[in-house]
Design a protein around this ligand. Structure first.
Ligand code: DLL
Length: 435
């Protein structure tokens, strides 16, 4: 096992709690003194910073949502003077205004450490070549991993996204050991590598840190098989910091949260009451050490559960299970909640001939919700007879009903017709009008 900062990553629960309590007291004071929006929220519920005496008092504090960020666009949530902000990032999301994040020098250092921890946890070290194909720019993926790689002493290759043939050439020629990109782009890269007549043996790749979008266990197996590597999950969001809020170790049993910096809660989506470990709900974070834009009980909208069972790696922080999807990209189809990731699981476990390239279109015809799943078959799949294709299509449709309780029309589409993405894949088109 390898750690970047073992003292913190393997700290006892009591030591961690003392650290978290001390940090919470200080961050609450910081936002109360410097962010009018927080002072107003606390004033409304008659809460003073002195009422927060330990991490156990967290539940007394109000939640923060994306609307708070939007209402205070662009810099209204900052708790540091403008001249101390050394970096801005922003995330577009799928709707509305950008949400902006501001970082002080110390925030950038802490974030770099999170990414260094993530890389170290999967075996990267000084000298490892890290191919960073996350976008560089306002999106946090590229620069986040970049600073982490450099802090670790590894060799960062800042390829950014796009120009796939060049990516493949550089990965091969520079001897990349770790690939960092979205899981959907990893599959795309793998398919392009195969098309070029290359195999995993032509590369020096050992592992990948994949995140920025929901993916499934089946997708992990597919990436591992096609690229001949170990595929690990990395989670984060720009409001909290960027990649590295949590990430997997070699045990592949959930992402360890850097809870010395980001305190997690899981709350019920309906009641917002905190839920115990193991129960699925919305992930909420309180930043414990951020200066630029500290956030208190920030509702991520990501649906997951916490696990505090022991991990063989020795890290003591709680882990999040794979993100199931977002409460706001959850589809409600004929009254049933459906996450695109559930459909992906079915597609990928039904038959080895189905590719991970799919698109879901939801519509409303005569007041009834309909769902069309267009999916490509693996390249070079040949059927002897048309009825075989039809049988596979029927099997898939049957598996979907049994798994999610909603029927869908399944259509096999020609290879390459599903739009490929170099960043976050767009999996769903919802044509229903709700207003
Ligand atoms: O996606 C940061 C990031 C970059 C994470 C590179 C990992 C790797 P945003 O653009 O602000 O930041 O989007 C954050 O993406 O709330 C989740 O809904 C989703 N997301 C991020 N990582 C994962 C993951 C970056 N591993 C939003 N699994 C989050 C599932 C993820 N969803």
């Amino acid at each position: 096992m390898y750690y970047y900062n073992k003292a913190v990553e393997c700290m006892t629960k009591q030591e961690k709690k003392a650290m978290q309590s001390e940090r919470l007291i200080s961050v609450v004071k910081r936002v109360y003194d410097n962010v009018p929006a927080y002072r107003a929220k606390m004033y409304e519920i008659k809460l003073k910073p002195s009422d927060i005496k330990s991490i156990d008092d967290l539940y007394k504090l109000p939640f923060t949502t994306k609307s708070d960020l939007r209402n205070n666009y662009p810099f209204g949530m900052f708790a540091s003077p403008k001249e101390d902000i050394v970096r801005l990032h922003a995330s577009s999301g799928t709707t509305g205004k950008l949400t902006v994040a501001g970082y002080t020098k110390k925030d950038i250092d802490d974030w770099a450490e999170c990414c260094a921890r993530a890389l170290a946890a999967i075996g990267a070290k000084k000298g490892s070549v890290i191919h960073i194909a996350y976008g560089y720019g306002l999106f946090t993926g590229g620069l986040g991993m970049h600073y982490g790689a450099e802090l670790l002493g590894a060799t960062a290759v800042p390829v950014s996204s796009g120009n796939t043939p060049r990516q493949i050439m550089l990965m091969k020629d520079f001897g990349a050991e770790v690939l960092c990109c979205t899981p959907s782009y990893a599959i795309y890269l793998a398919d392009e590598i195969a098309k070029m007549g290359l195999t995993p043996a032509d590369f020096n790749l050992k592992s990948g840190l994949f995140g920025a979008e929901p993916w499934t266990e089946e997708m992990r197996q597919e990436i591992e098989r096609k690229l001949g590597i170990k595929a690990y999950d990395i989670y984060g969001l720009s409001e909290i910091t960027g990649p590295g809020v949590a990430s997997e170790c070699v045990c592949q049993s959930g992402s360890h949260i850097n809870d010395d910096l980001f305190y997690p809660e899981i709350v019920s989506v309906d009641t917002l009451e905190p839920l115990p470990a193991g129960e699925r709900g919305e992930l909420v974070f309180t930043t414990l050490a951020k200066e630029g834009m500290p956030l208190i009980r920030y509702r991520t909208r990501d649906i997951t559960s916490l696990s505090d069972s022991e991990c063989p790696c020795g890290r003591t922080g709680p882990r999040i299970t794979r993100i199931k999807g977002r409460s706001d990209d959850m589809l409600i189809i004929r009254g049933v909640n459906v996450f695109p990731s559930q459909i992906e699981s079915v597609l990928m476990s039904c038959d080895g001939r189905i590719s991970p390239h799919y698109h879901i279109t939801v519509d409303r015809v005569n007041n009834l919700d309909t769902m069309l799943i267009e999916v490509e078959l693996e390249p070079n799949v040949a059927f002897d007879e048309v009825k075989e294709v039809e049988a596979l299509r029927k099997k898939l449709a049957g598996d979907i009903i049994s798994a999610i309780g909603v029927s869908a029309e399944v259509k096999f589409v020609s290879n390459g017709s599903i739009r490929r993405s170099e960043g976050k894949a767009v999996r769903v088109t919802d044509n229903r009008k709700f207003d």
